[in-house]
Design a protein around this ligand. Structure first.
Ligand code: IPE
Ligand code: IPE
Ligand code: MG
Length: 250
C-alpha cells in the first residue's frame, strides 16, 4: 500500500501503518457547553476532517473511524436521524475533496437494512475512490464486531455446507478472510477519545495485538496535536506478539 510522502514536520517520526479511532464524547462535549448533542456531532465532523488531513500528511497508511455502531440504533430516534443526516452531508460535501487528495474510502459494517440512499452514497464513495493510492479511510458504519464475526461464520458455514471448504482447513487465518475488509492489516494503534476505556464492540478480532491508547479529550476537540500525542504514546510501547523482544547486549 502506497503511503504519502512524509513532510518535514514528521520526517524521522515513525508512524503506525494502521490507526483506528473510536470517536467518542460528542454528547459530553456539547453538554459541557450547554449545547444540544447534535452540535457535538456536528463539531465531531470537523474533528474528523482535521484528523483525516493530518493522518494523510503524517504518512499513516490506513485510518479506520468508528462512526456509528450497530448498537447506536438504540439512541432516541431524533439523534439517530441527526447522525444519518451528518453521514449523508459528510459524503456529499467531502467526497470530492477526499478523492482529490487521493484518499481511498472503504466501508465496513452491515449494509442490509440501511436506507437505500445511504447505501448508494457508501457505494459511490467506495467506487469513486477505488483506484486511489493514498490514505485508506475505513468507515465503520452500522458496525459491530460480534455481528461481523457472526456474518463471517455464516458465510464460512455456507462454504463448508457447499463442499467448498474442509472443516479441517478452518484456521484463524482462513476465518479472517470472511471478515469485512480482510485485505487490510490489523490496526497497530486504537485510540479512544473521551476517557472511556472500552472497545464497545469495535474490531474485536482485529484488535488482538493492537496497542490501545485512551485520550481524555472529547472527540470534537481532537486535532493533529492529539493524534501526534497518541502516536508518541504508541511509540513508547513494546510490542511483543507473545514472543520476546531481543535487545542488543542482553
Ligand atoms: C460519539 O459521541 C459519537 C457516536 C457514538 C455516534 P457520543 O454521542 O457517544 O458522545 P457521548 O459519549 O454521549 O459523550
Ligand atoms: C462507540 O461509542 C461507538 C462510536 C464511537 C461510533 P458509544 O458511545 O456508542 O459507546 P458506549 O455506549 O459508551 O460503550
Ligand atoms: Mg459515547
Amino acid at each position: 500500500m502506497q503511503q504519502s510522502a512524509p513532510t518535514a514536520e514528521n520526517a524521522g517520526f515513525h508512524v503506525p501503518h494502521h490507526v483506528a479511532i473510536i470517536m467518542d464524547g460528542n454528547g459530553r462535549w456539547a453538554a459541557q457547553r450547554g449545547l444540544p448533542r447534535h452540535e457535538g456531532h456536528r463539531r465531531g465532523v470537523e474533528a474528523l476532517r482535521r484528523t483525516v488531513r493530518a493522518a494523510g500528511e503524517m504518512g499513516i497508511g490506513v485510518l479506520t473511524i468508528f462512526s456509528f455502531s450497530a448498537e447506536n440504533w438504540s439512541r432516541p430516534a431524533t439523534e439517530v436521524r441527526e447522525l444519518m443526516a451528518l453521514l449523508r452531508r459528510f459524503i456529499r460535501h467531502d467526497l470530492a475533496e477526499l478523492h482529490r487528495n487521493n484518499v481511498r474510502v472503504r466501508v465496513i459494517g452491515e449494509r442490509e437494512g440501511l436506507e437505500a440512499d445511504i447505501c448508494r452514497l457508501l457505494e459511490e464513495a467506495e467506487q469513486l475512490t477505488r483506484d486511489n493510492s493514498g490514505l485508506v479511510l475505513v468507515v465503520a458504519f452500522n458496525y459491530g464486531a460480534r455481528q461481523e464475526i457472526a456474518r463471517a461464520a455464516r458465510q464460512l458455514a455456507a462454504d463448508v455446507a457447499a463442499g467448498r471448504l474442509e472443516i479441517s482447513a478452518i484456521t484463524a487465518e482462513r476465518f479472517s478472510v470472511y471478515l469485512d475488509a480482510h485485505d487490510i492489516p490489523d490496526p497497530d494503534l486504537i485510540i479512544r477519545t473521551s476517557g472511556e476505556q472500552r472497545l464497545s464492540n469495535f474490531l474485536l478480532w482485529q484488535a488482538a495485538y493492537s496497542e490501545l491508547v485512551f485520550v481524555p479529550v472529547h472527540w470534537p476537540d481532537f486535532d493533529r496535536h492529539a493524534l501526534q500525542g497518541a502516536i508518541a504514546d504508541f511509540q513508547r510501547r513494546e510490542r511483543r506478539f507473545g514472543g520476546l523482544v531481543t535487545r542488543t547486549g542482553s
